[in-house]
Design a protein around this ligand. Structure first.
Ligand code: GLU
Length: 305
């Protein structure tokens, strides 16, 4: 496996020069354009890694299916899906176009920014500190990495420049989708996006989803199976921005990408995969990461369809 992964890295690193690192969050400009790394965790807990697997990056939108699970555990699907829909948008992740035109006015799904901000408003806790501790605690548990933490530079950078998210959040309060202090909700969302990880961390989280919410070592059902199914379904339908359909056809696995260059895949009953490649294509997905996953899926016959 490690040999295969190394070959995929060498073959696909070339693509990194055709992408661009995200710059709309100024701090993300500092990412290494040419980095490419991968980690695979199988059902027995074996870890295989290749390339720049120790590159650190912020989790960004890869966090969205996980905070969704927390909100679903806190409030149940019926309430959560009153606030946010279940349908793909065909629009970019930060689009606000359809927010006002659909009736009732609510984000179309929890994987776009507007939807994830609505989800952040549903995390229970007496204050933001407690809410963030719950979010961070979940990521630490699922990644099996107790030292995961926030990259403060990225957090402050996004907080300072996140006007598009800010405007969507105020709009969402106006139409009654979110309640309470908008700046606190945004803060929670910016913090969740700024959790710093490696591709091994997100491969472990992918493995947890692949194993339907069961912690293998202890036999503990940490997240109910039906909730992990909801998360994985959104990963298939909306996980790769407005390239989710193409990715489903070419790679065929539940996956979520983020503008930090991460892609997390959960292949049911098989493995979790984490990729890092900060150079993004036009849709916002790691350009070399997608190519690499396409080939890995073909070689290992990973498509779930
Ligand atoms: N924090 C980023 C934003 O809200 C996340 C975007 C992404 O990774 O898709 O713009």
């Amino acid at each position: 496996m490690e040999l295969l992964l190394s070959e995929l890295i060498s073959k696909n690193r070339y693509w990194t020069s055709f992408g661009r690192v995200a710059t709309y969050i100024p701090e993300l400009k500092n990412a290494d354009q040419n980095a490419l790394g991968i980690a695979v965790v199988d059902m027995d807990g074996n870890i295989y890694k290749a390339g720049d697997y120790d590159t650190k990056f912020t989790i960004q939108s890869v966090s969205k299916p996980i905070t969704l699970m927390l909100a679903l555990m806190d409030y149940g699907p019926e309430y959560v899906f009153e606030k946010v829909g279940m349908e793909p948008t065909g629009d970019p992740f930060n689009s606000m176009r359809k927010l006002e035109t659909i009736n009732p006015s609510r984000p179309l799904n929890p994987m776009i920014n507007a939807g994830a901000i609505a989800v952040a408003s549903l995390i229970k806790g007496k204050d933001n500190q407690e809410k963030m501790n719950r979010i961070l605690g979940l990521f630490r548990k699922l990644s099996k990495n107790p030292s995961l933490d926030i990259n403060e530079n990225v957090y402050f950078s996004e907080k300072k420049t996140g006007d598009r998210n800010r405007s969507m959040a105020y709009f969402l309060r106006d139409v009654g989708v979110i309640e309470g202090n908008v700046e606190d909700i945004l803060d929670l969302y910016f913090m969740q996006c700024s959790i710093e990880v490696t591709c091994e961390d997100i491969a472990q989280i992918g493995m947890f989803l692949a194993n339907h919410g069961l912690v293998k070592e202890t036999g503990e059902q940490y997240v109910p199976k039906h909730i992990t199914q909801i998360a994985k379904t959104f990963m298939v339908t909306c996980g790769m921005y407005d390239a989710s359909g193409e990715f489903a056809i070419q790679v065929g696995v539940p996956a979520k990408s983020g503008v930090g260059g991460g892609i997390m895949c959960a292949i049911p009953n098989k493995m979790g995969i984490g990729v890092v490649g900060p150079a993004l294509d036009k849709k916002g997905n790691s350009i070399a990461g997608v190519k690499m996953l396409h080939e890995l899926s073909k070689q290992l016959n990973l498509s779930i369809f």
